[in-house]
Design a protein around this ligand. Sequence first.
Ligand code: HEM
Ligand SMILES: [Cu+2]
Length: 630
Amino acid sequence: MSSVAIGKEKGFGATFWDYLTTVDHKKLGNMYFFAGLLFFAIAGLEALMIRIQLMVPNNDFVSAGFYNELLTMHGTTMLFLAAMPLLFGFMNAIVPLQIGARDVAFPFLNSLGFWLFFLGAIFLHLSFFMGGAPDAGWTSYASLSLYSPGHGIDFYVLGLQISGAGTLISGINFIVTIVTMRAPGMTFMRMPLFTWTTLITSALIVFAFPALTVALFFMLADRMFGSNFFDHTMGGNTVIWEHLFWIFGHPEVYILILPAFGLFSEIIPVFARKRLFGYSSMVFATILIGFLGFMVWAHHMFTTGLGPTANAIFAVSTMAIAVPTGMKVFNWILTIWGGSIKVTVPMIYALGFIPSFVAGGVTGVMQAVAPLDYQLHDSYFIVAHFHYVIVGGIILAIFGAAHFYWPIMFNRALNEKLGFVVFWLFFIGFHMTFFIQHFLGLMGMPRRVFTYQADQGWDLFNFISSIGALLMGVGVILLVVNMFLSIKSKPLNTRDYWNDGRTLEWAIKTPVPFYNFKQTPLVRGYDPYWIEKSEGNKEGMTFAEPIGEIHMPNGSILPLVMSIGLFIASFGALYHPDGVSWSIPVIILGLGITVASMIVRSFKDDLGFHVSKEEVIATEESLYGKGGNK
Ligand code: HEM
Ligand SMILES: [Cu+2]
């Protein structure tokens, strides 16, 4: 058995090499979380710079060109490199525990998915230091991005291709994990909602990301090899980019919001101390949202001239999504209704989420009315809308879930008092920043402008909006302080930290051993841990097998090496059109490294390692003392 096992599983205790070679879903979950947090901080800083620039009219805090780069990188980073990895952090850390598994189906691929995401993100951010970041908006419409000078857009195309491949791999991994690795008795209609939303989200990833991959390849070919997919002067069609982008782009927002919904469906029953209301309808609503999410993309293109018939169809399909979403909102409210509410930090995020998200959802239905959208399109009303659903939905879920799952992920707790301070700073700041933007939009302020003339009625509202953004910034800084303070805090070494856990992840004593469960649990119903607790079962679990030998995968450096190869090759591709002599050798070197490590992997007879019964007992005692995980 490798030395990684006994005694090293103490939250932050692993070595740097362990993190470079790990295939353990728990460690990868923590890595996704902190990498996502890093890019959230960077994109948050970009948002603050945007708001400082717009704080007063005719401002020159940043130039027009740099503003376009800030705006583009803020949106792109927040969606692809912050919100998604943060959610992948929770999916990796929690879903295998929720279904009673020892890891995901493809641990090696899981590591590859992480490193492709991370190196793709680094590649994109190097653009700031190598001639300028992409500047055509996160949507990178071809009518602008095709002709954008410099390599900014090429960094966007190649960076998102690499990180997108990582996301696709993760999506496939979670589908196979959830379908094939559930513990005995964990039928689909006994799965926790976070597992369900992870499954549907992964299916959306598998169907949506290929559209983006194809669009990015067309953009690459047009910019680097002179093809004309989107160049209308050469017979191409710039609207095709918009269709391809939004066939991916709208499902992308559900790829983000569904796991957030899932997190709140875990948090609310625990602190209402009541079973989730309408479980089956919640599952049905999740599937329906996922399905309808693919039928609405052209609501981003009502003003593109698709014609009244197409607009009407997409208007109706967009409004239809409000029905299953509304079902979820009522189920959360009815779960709280009549419950004995414990207002902890995770719960106050849930209580803040419901009205905030509904406000964002309602303006979404307004914009679905195509004639009204002619008025609102590309105005600050739109900016306000999507920040209400994104920040009011996804970010509040991520912050609440950080408090909720920190005990399981790091065997420590975040400070509750500081947690409430962060919530109110961020919550008040959020509404101050974006509520007023609805009115800026109704008063005609367009989005994506780096400044504006004075005395158009926009001055005060922009000032208030910027103050709100600063408040959010202070809130996020204090949240990060809380996280780092927890490192120094006393390890919890406990089970069911919130005392009212209902699902399997709360049945394991922290720190969670590298093999998760010493014996595979037997699931006897929905909310399995709650069932065991209510029957007074001290172990917290009924086991499907006696204690015995466990098989686990070995770590490997190869996923990182494979990703580094693609990272290197991308530089060659990026500068090839400039006619530099070193581009082809660099492409060959990079692809060579990737292919070579794939060959090494396929020939290396790595069947993992065995953990004997004695070693399992020894690990339990080393983690929890005599008597182990009781
Ligand atoms: C945390 C505080 C945030 C602030 C203060 C903020 C502020 C802004 C502002 C002012 C704009 C509009 C700029 C313009 O049109 O000229 C913008 C655009 C955008 N934001 Fe945020 N934002 C925040 C968080 C987020 C989050 C969490 C996400 C997504 C996860 C996000 C995604 C976007 C996107 C996609 C755009 C559109 C960019 C474009 O037009 O290409 N923002 N943000
Ligand atoms: Cu949409």
